[in-house]
Write a protein that binds this ligand. Structure first.
Ligand code: DX5
Ligand code: ZN
Length: 224
């Protein structure tokens, strides 16, 4: 089943609860971008805000950790009640151990790949994961242009997931919009993060609904 995860990075940081409420009836997750100014050249929010969102939001939290040393810091997001915790493989010292820790704490374990990180070396890790995130921009900022060159990687990731049993969700994040979501769905993505395409519009809920319809129209029948 296709899922939409609106990114709060594009919402009004002074009104996060209102942003959550706006999309809660129509979205599947709330995507929360945690940046530490080391793994990426930007800083956003951390654990205290995630804890506050957990208490305030009606949707499960999809935490995307763009941080150094996720081995040390990611489990606390699972402990805080995030439904899904995604770390970057480029930053993880022991991704298998970390994924197992996250699952043991009750969260879904996600692993993200920057645009220049190939998926093939991680085929054997797929059974340890609940979600694979293919970044379709360089992580760090919302509102960037979608990288079309990532489409073949999405296709290859979908094929590897199918080969491994097909249980792993395939998320795309960065520049996902009405102009690009169909290509992502056609390539095999099934969880779509969208920041500007949702929260930089006058009606975020309507944007989520429209994006979902476009993705469903483009996905293979088994995906939709
Ligand atoms: C970027 C973040 C994204 C960002 C996407 O590093 O991981 O989640 O919010 O924003 P858009 O959809 O505007 O590209
Ligand atoms: Zn993100």
């Amino acid at each position: 089943m296709l899922q939409i995860s609106p990114s709060l990075l594009s919402a009004d940081f002074a009104n996060l609860a209102a942003a959550c409420a706006a999309v809660a009836p129509v979205a599947d997750w709330l995507h929360v971008d945690v940046m530490d100014n080391h793994f990426v050249p930007n800083i956003t929010i951390g654990l205290p805000v995630v804890e506050a969102l957990k208490a305030a939001a009606a949707l499960p939290l999809d935490c995307h950790l763009m941080i150094e040393n996720p081995d040390r810091w990611a489990p606390a997001y699972a402990e805080a009640g995030a439904g899904s915790v995604t770390f970057h493989v480029e930053a993880a010292a022991a991704p298998v151990r970390l994924a197992r820790n996250l699952r043991a704490l009750g969260a879904r374990a996600g692993m993200a790949l920057r645009p220049a990180t190939p998926v093939e070396p991680y085929e054997e890790l797929l059974p340890e994961l609940d979600m694979l995130l293919i970044m379709t921009v360089e992580p760090g900022f919302g509102g960037q242009a979608f990288l079309d060159i990532m489409l073949p990687k999405i296709r290859r990731a979908r094929a590897l997931i199918a080969k491994s049993g097909g249980e792993v969700w395939l998320q795309v994040d960065g520049g996902v919009s009405a102009s690009t979501i169909e290509r992502c769905a056609e390539a095999g993505a099934d969880v779509f993060v969208a920041g500007n395409a949702v929260f930089a519009t006058a009606d975020p809920a309507a944007a989520v609904t429209a994006l979902r319809a476009m993705a469903q129209g483009a996905a293979a029948p088994t995906q939709a």
